[in-house]
Ligand binder design. Structure first.
Ligand code: IPD
Ligand code: CA
Ligand code: CA
Length: 268
């Protein structure tokens, strides 16, 4: 029990909720969507909003008094509440809008700033990634583990590019070039929560990105660490809650990736 919460029960609740929200999203998948723009290329659909509504209602009913940080209703203020849920109701909205089945619901519970529970669910592939602090990570109930790759030239990495079209955006392409030169290959999937989980499952050897948000990585960070991975910022400091300069790896390649990222003086 932490802060009166049973983490095993919270994980079960979050898992069921992610699958329920995934069902809501799936019902919209492939339909003609009303797409609104939050920025030039940053999208929101009815599916994002319906998923968020259901998740927020369920958390509020089950855990009244807990704080919730969720992408589409985020006010910009990050509360330091003891119990804090961090939610992306639909990660990978651009994929979703284009009918690409790479998207997910991401739900995490933090207690006193530590992530205790994390779940990421991709309804299109029926893949539920889940972790509880100290209890390991699973995919559809089966334990998962990061890869054993220990040389960059044998590594497959994944990354993403920010919505902003600024210096960070430009520099992200320089980094892509630098890593691509050194590795076996690189991918850009467009759903950061899944990027984290695919490192956890050993599909990718590492994942980095310059400018994410708390809801993109909070659950995935725990899932990756519980699968034996290592997470940090680009200077090997603790992974920032705000999602800036994220590195998640199988551990073996962390130093090598940091060396490349260390040269990246990204502002913003
Ligand atoms: C986005 C995805 C993408 C990442 C963007 C995120 P959204 O989330 O995770 O991979 O590169 O920075 O904003 O907007 O689809 O929830
Ligand atoms: Ca997201
Ligand atoms: Ca989202």
């Amino acid at each position: 029990m932490t802060a009166g919460i049973d983490p095993a029960e919270a994980l079960d609740f979050a898992s069921r909720l992610a699958v329920e929200a995934g069902g809501i999203i799936s019902a919209h998948f492939g339909q003609v969507l009303e797409v609104r723009h939050k920025g030039t290329v940053d999208l929101v659909t009815d599916a994002d909003l319906a998923s968020e509504k259901a998740i927020l209602a369920a958390i509020t009913a089950r855990y009244p008094g807990h704080h919730i940080i969720s992408e589409e209703s985020h006010t910009g203020t990050v509360s330091e509440a003891t119990c804090r849920w961090v939610v992306d109701p639909l990660d990978g909205t651009t994929n979703f809008v284009h009918g690409l089945p790479l998207f997910a619901v991401s739900i995490a519970l933090q207690i006193d700033g530590r992530t205790e529970v994390g779940v990421v669910y991709n309804p299109a592939q029926n893949e539920l990634y889940a972790a509880r602090s100290g209890a390991g990570a699973t995919l559809n109930g089966e334990p998962i583990h990061v890869s054993a790759t220990d040389a960059l030239q044998e590594a497959l990495f994944v990354t993403g590019f920010p919505y902003s079209r600024d210096d960070v955006f430009q520099r992200s392409f320089d980094l892509w070039h630098e890593f691509y030169n050194r590795c076996q290959g690189g991918r850009r999937l467009g759903a950061a929560a899944l990027d984290c989980c695919y490192v956890a499952a050993g599909r990718f050897d590492f994942f980095y990105e310059a400018a994410l948000k708390p809801w993109d990585i909070c659950a995935g960070d725990l899932i990756c660490r519980e699968a034996g991975g290592r997470t940090s910022d680009w200077s090997d400091e603790a992974l920032p809650f705000d999602g800036s300069r994220v590195l998640m790896s199988n551990g073996h390649l962390h130093e090598a990736a940091l060396e490349v990222l260390g040269g990246a003086a990204l502002e913003g």
